[in-house]
Design a protein around this ligand. Structure first.
Ligand code: ZN
Length: 78
C-alpha cells in the first residue's frame, strides 16, 4: 500500500497539486478581423495530450511525486 499524500512534503500546504500537460493539436480560433474568437472549449478539441511525469505543489511548485502516483491515489488512473 502506497502512503497517501495529503499535503506537500516540502512546505506542508494542503492546497493541492498540479501536473504539467502538453496538449497537441489544440485549435485556436481567429476571426478575419484579427480578433480572437471564443476559445473556451479549445482543450476539449485537442487531438491528444501527454501528462508529464511529475506532480507539483501549487504553493511552492516543488515536486511532490509522480503524476501517475497522484492519479492512482485519486482513483482515476487511466
Ligand atoms: Zn509545497
Amino acid at each position: 500500500m502506497v502512503r497517501k499524500i495529503t499535503c506537500c512534503p516540502h512546505c506542508g500546504s494542503e492546497e493541492g497539486f498540479f501536473t504539467r500537460t502538453d496538449y497537441i493539436g489544440v485549435p485556436y480560433q481567429h476571426g478575419y478581423n484579427g480578433e480572437e474568437l471564443d476559445n473556451g472549449e479549445m482543450y476539449d478539441r485537442a487531438l491528444e495530450y501527454h501528462t508529464r511525469r511529475y506532480a507539483y505543489c501549487i504553493s511552492c511548485e516543488r515536486t511532490i511525486g509522480t503524476a501517475r502516483q497522484m492519479m492512482k491515489q485519486l482513483g482515476n488512473e487511466r
